[in-house]
Design a protein around this ligand. Sequence first.
Ligand code: GDD
Ligand code: MG
Length: 363
Amino acid sequence: MTQAREAILLVGGKGTRLRPLTVHTPKPMVPAAGVPFLTHQLARARAAGVEHVVLATSYLAEVFEPYFGDGSKLGLHIEYVTELEPLGTGGAIRNVASRLGSGADEPVLVFNGDILTGLDIQALVATHTASGADVSLHLTRVEDPRAFGLVPTDGTGRVTAFLEKPETPEQIVTDQINAGAYIFRRSVIDTIPVGRPVSVERETFPGLLASGAHLQGMVDSTYWLDLGTPRAFVRGSADLVLGRAPSPAVPGRCGEQLVLPTASVAADAKLTGGTVVGEGARIGAGARITGSAVLAGAVIEPGAVITDSLVGAGARIGSRTVVDDAVVGDGARVGADNELRGGMRVWCGTVLPDAAVRFSSDA
Ligand code: GDD
Ligand code: MG
């Protein structure tokens, strides 16, 4: 069996809030390359043969349902299950098991909702099937693995340990990390305890390994990005526009820029590095925008310079203002001649007068 027909998408947890902008944490519904981020993952799953997706969330389903509905626009059947209290990753998976129609031995795709990746889902299923594993995990290599789940494997790719967020240097035994996409044999999902929080990373995987279960790793070097910070979210959006992160859901041709219908861009404005301009946004004369996401209805006044930043829906950036590696919240108004840099986050609706914030000297 080289296809998983069903998938569970994890979008919830304690740390996530419902603010309309990525000021705290990336929101699955914030547009990346013009469409809510989750669209890319859903479209990629569909392209790999998935037909039925259960969205396991601890938010209100009202966040997702108005946009994705029953999933038919994406060629999917999507169901929504909301936890009353966050059940953790494993608890969330178990909580939706009754929605699955797959047989006991069939493969079910499970994936974290905050990852942008070029994972070949069918290759992961093929690895899973060929190895006869109970669970197969997509692994990637990172320079600093401390914020992730470490997953050492033996010469055959079999997982030998799962160490979530290692705390001591001795625990850093590999640079291979859990990339947040799994193929579960369906019957393994049914063994996760019901009705209480369970972490798949801290409890289920180590427990399975201790009981002798077969966990198989598939390491590759495909595009992979954890969108855990606003900075990463902006990077991911730009990589989608550039075509570095493959997604069938990018609404247009990939390249240096993506300008959505009804946006207006002055003839001499320069958009590069995977910049996206959302619907109804306006870019003034001489503005230079690189690697950034300008969301719907935002206004960039003449001469502003925006780099690696996110400008929220309906926000306004004044003339000659510099925004570099920053997030400007929905509806915020930044006056002319400001300098916003270095990870700065301007809260939604904030008003900054002209020349209110500068980094460089007055001279
Ligand atoms: N429904 C639901 N309920 N979803 C949850 C819950 C929950 O209680 N808790 C977390 N999630 C979802 C998150 O929304 C996210 O999509 C995914 O599960 C992973 O949770 P994070 O909170 O983002 O975990 P992390 O980023 O610290 O670590 C995870 O991802 C890394 C890769 O980015 C782990 O899986 C690591 O092992 C992995 O390396
Ligand atoms: Mg995460």
